[in-house]
Design a protein around this ligand. Structure first.
Ligand SMILES: *[C@@H]1O[C@H](CO)[C@@H](O)[C@H](O)[C@H]1NC(C)=O
Ligand SMILES: *[C@@H]1O[C@H](CO)[C@@H](O)[C@H](O)[C@H]1NC(C)=O
Length: 288
């Protein structure tokens, strides 16, 4: 019995190690690029933007097949003409860019949208967020009265507050690239877009609010290996494995004590333990 548990534990910790290595070792990337809400795409400058066209639910996490990135959405559009698809798209050309296709689809969320880049080398990164307002219009009619405002956090730090794509790009269907710096110290980069309840809700149609992002491109600044402390993740990994092993030893101890007690109890033969009231005990004796 104890041997069996030890075996299981051994495999559990082995699995821990190999899972960790899968995330960090073979595919240590120094960049990642995502065509949010769109298909695989190679840009004019040769950057491969990953496919992010899968449908998301109201509370879902999607990890890309190669494990390069993940996207999670939380929130429900209370009213949305085509159902909650969490993708916006347009057929119109996007101006002020050579990469119009990149901006024709975008990921949207009524509340919170998080992107994670995985398996990254530690160091300092430049993060480019690509935006173009494709759901709201510029026109001077009522359709142009909508205002989309949201916040952006990178690695937990707020980099944009009450951000309005249209205002900064000078209109809708115009590309805008915002650049930031961020440090990666545990092989993961998190970009979080968050609706803080500001702006309009329903112009030009119900549910036109919340964060929108067209593409994300992050790349390491060369010669920046020593940002943060890379040994931290190693320490964490070791800590986790030690935790698993201590847990296993504890389990073995508990199980063997139970088995021991059980055995000793069997050896002493049957001991009657009366837990019932004397009256019922009597009844039973009479029945027997
Ligand atoms: C992109 O992802 C979607 C959804 O996962 C899939 O249906 C589609 O075939 C993918 N496209 C390519 C080019 O791999
Ligand atoms: C990244 O790390 C460097 C060195 O530790 C620090 O000076 C810099 O402020 C950090 N950048 C961000 C965006 O946190």
């Amino acid at each position: 019995m104890a041997v069996l548990i030890l075996f299981c534990c051994f495999f559990a910790s082995l699995h821990q190690i190999s899972a960790q290595q899968q995330l960090t070792d073979p595919a240590e990337d120094s960049s990642f690029s995502i065509n949010c809400g769109g298909e695989d795409q190679i840009s004019a400058t040769g950057i491969h933007f990953y496919n992010d066209s899968q449908k998301l639910g109201s509370a879902s996490l999607y990890v890309s097949p190669e494990g390069h990135f993940a996207v999670s959405n939380t929130g429900v559009f209370i009213s949305y003409p085509n159902g909650p698809q969490y993708i916006a798209s347009t057929d119109s050309q996007i101006t002020r860019t050579l990469e119009s296709e990149l901006y024709k689809t975008a990921r949207i969320s009524p509340s919170s949208l998080r992107y994670y880049g995985f398996g990254l080398e530690n160091g300092k990164y430049n993060v480019e967020l690509h935006f173009a307002e494709i759901a709201m219009e510029d026109s001077i009619s009522w359709k142009g009265l909508g205002r989309r405002l949201f916040d952006v956090y990178i690695q937990g730090e707020r980099v944009l507050q009450d951000f309005n794509i249209q205002d900064e790009a000078g209109g809708s269907k115009r590309a805008l690239v915002k650049k930031f710096e961020a440090n990666v110290s545990n092989s993961i980069m998190e970009v979080h877009l968050f609706w803080a309840g500001k702006g309009t809700c329903c112009i030009p149609y119900q549910g036109t609010y919340g964060p929108l992002v067209s593409a994300i491109h992050a790349y390491k600044v060369s010669g920046s290996d020593d940002v943060g402390s890379p040994s931290k993740s190693d320490k964490k990994r070791v800590g986790r494995i030690v935790g698993v092993i201590i847990g296993c030893i504890g389990a073995v101890f508990i199980v063997s004590s139970i088995v021991y007690l059980w055995r000793t109890k069997e050896k002493t033969g049957h001991v009657l333990v009366y837990t019932e009231s004397p009256r019922r005990k009597l009844d039973r004796l009479v029945r027997v």
